[in-house]
Ligand binder design. Structure first.
Ligand code: GCU
Length: 405
């Protein structure tokens, strides 16, 4: 095995060194024939591709726990100077044998609403208190042992990424939970993860072969949606799921498994998110499976440095969102995430959208920095670094106005 330094030195940032590659078609069936219509896609091919991703990449889907309860921890009717009502809700999961696990949601509902509103739901990295500029949000994310990053001094640090006041002014609710609540993002996070509901030994080789952190985070998004369905102020048929970077990979996997998500947003999700693996540009499979082994089923490592042998690529993951709206966002300087590879997977998902009478953009239409392509499959390239900013949100809100209102 190569050392980490050798692996990082081998990372390709040169477009002229992208190997010749063939992008597999999500419409091609195992017998070599091609899916002909939407019914065959929905009933036959889509389940087969979902199963492929479960087995090869993100792990088996988890069921609902035996019971879930939603406990209101706080309610503030004048959040953001009267703009919103803020709720903090504990999601408590319980199994018949007594095992429990919980997570905490931060939810803002716009006070101007006269009817149930659509909602943006996304997991956050450092705790709910880091997403909001309000100083009295409960500190969460403490399920990540020893993380000094999650304290009082980090309040509001990533509020820019969430744009709560803007989202609320536009008539949307916004919800978040910390991803560590579901699976602490660490190679040894298994024991403290929600997998403990289902397994006596979540840290065993058998469980690692079958489940992943990304899978558990995506499960958490679906459980958060269960909670939003119980919230009278929310119209749970109009939910956007979004995520940045590893949480963008997670949003795509959540959208693939749970069709209740009507708009699926991937921000800078890169390798094993929206980016095509076969381009071998930026982060590659060798790096990702070695640095983040808990994100993938054990056997996925077989494709490290063998991207050409993958029987699928990430255009399949985008295709699984069809015919719902999907937005792929890149940043021009975020070469690690391969903006062109992210763009192309959306283009190559077009053949599945066409079965539903919709379409995507073409592979030749890659916009310059600052440009956007807006449709059922949409793409934008923000000028700048790996991040999620107000500019990204302007496109998300425009798409939500179109597809969720
Ligand atoms: C690392 C990792 C990426 C991931 C990113 C993030 O850079 O290599 O795959 O998307 O972290 O989540 O910020």
């Amino acid at each position: 095995m190569r050392s980490r330094e050798e692996m990082l030195q081998a990372v390709n940032y040169d477009e002229s060194k992208v190997p010749q590659y063939v992008i597999p078609s999500p419409l091609q069936k195992a017998d070599g024939s091609t899916v002909r219509d939407a019914a065959e896609w929905v009933n036959f091919q889509r389940p087969r591709i979902l199963e492929l991703f479960r087995r090869e990449v993100y792990g088996a889907s988890l069921p609902r726990p035996d019971s879930c309860s939603f406990q209101l921890l706080s309610c503030k009717s004048d959040a953001y100077m009267g703009l919103a009502t803020r709720k903090e809700i504990r999601l408590r999961f319980e199994m018949a044998d007594g095992k429990t696990h919980s997570a905490e949601m931060l939810l803002y509902l716009p006070n101007q609403a006269t009817a149930p509103v659509p909602v943006f739901l996304g997991l956050c990295f450092k705790g709910n208190h880091v997403t909001s500029s309000e100083k009295d949000v409960r500190i969460t994310g403490q399920n990540y042992p020893g993380n000094q990053d999650l304290g009082e001094d980090k309040r509001g640090l990533q509020a820019e990424r969430w744009q709560f006041p803007e989202v609320l002014k536009r008539g949307y609710a916004a919800a978040t939970l910390c991803y560590h609540d579901f699976f602490p993002d660490h190679v040894d996070g298994w024991q403290r993860s929600a997998l403990s509901l289902f397994y006596a030994q979540p840290d065993s080789p058998e469980v690692r072969a079958k489940h992943t952190a990304i899978g558990v985070w995506a499960w958490g998004l679906s459980r958060a949606l269960d909670c939003l369905e119980a919230e009278p102020g929310i119209d749970a048929r109009r939910v956007a799921v979004h995520g940045h970077s590893r949480l963008g990979k997670t949003a795509l996997w959540a959208g693939a498994q749970d069709p209740r998500f009507r708009l699926v947003i991937s921000n800078d999700s890169g390798c094993c998110g929206a980016a095509l693996s076969k381009r071998y540009f930026g982060e590659n499979l060798e790096v990702i499976v070695n640095v983040f082994p808990h994100w993938f089923v054990t056997s996925f490592a077989q494709y490290a440095r063998r991207e050409a042998e993958l029987p699928f690529d990430q255009n399949f993951l985008i295709s699984l969102q069809a015919p719902r709206a999907v937005c792929i966002a890149s940043a021009s300087e975020d070469l690690w995430a391969d903006p062109r590879g992210e763009f192309l997977s959306g283009a190559y998902a077009g053949e599945v959208y066409r079965l539903f009478g919709a379409d995507s953009y073409s592979p030749t239409q890659m916009p310059a920095p600052g440009g956007r392509l807006s449709g059922l499959v949409s793409y934008h390239l923000r000028a700048g670094k790996h991040d999620q900013t107000g500019e990204d949100w302007q496109h998300y809100l425009e798409l939500a106005d179109r597809f969720l209102k």
